[in-house]
Ligand binder design. Sequence first.
Ligand code: SF4
Ligand code: SF4
Length: 157
Amino acid sequence: MSTPGRRDPLRARFWERVPLEEMTPCEWEALCDGCGRCCLNKLEDPDSGEVALTRVACRLLDNETCRCGQYDIRHQLVPECIVMTPQTIEKHAYWLPESCAYRRLWLGQPLPDWHPLISGTPETVHAAGVSVRGWTVPEFEIDEDDWEDFIIEDGPP
Ligand code: SF4
Ligand code: SF4
């Protein structure tokens, strides 16, 4: 769910004082740090429920910007792309990366210093090594049977 930057007026430090369900659409979008991690394909063990992230990225993810290449029409191209809302976070929290701002606020955790809302620039996400910049492989290059060869921990490989 890597979103393009939208910067309509945001309430000061809204992420510290406005409940998720009371944020404006712009505030909600601004929470996304643009790491691109939720655009990585995951493997899920049907028995244990364990989830492993892979370096194999959605075909629409830009490996350099870590943004979706077709965000506005992504569901026409990738119907399974998730829609994050205050109501759906609980359903997705088990596989979202620990760094994800939506997951963190939902768990009552603060945003980290490298988050663009605090640092003032998206570059800090890359500098902190949180984003997927430069280390993904596109899913159209890797046979799905081989995805397990690309499993990563919750961090760069
Ligand atoms: S379509 Fe793919 S790249 Fe775009 S937001 Fe969804 S998972 Fe990410
Ligand atoms: S993991 Fe969370 S913060 Fe990172 S791109 Fe996805 S929705 Fe945004």
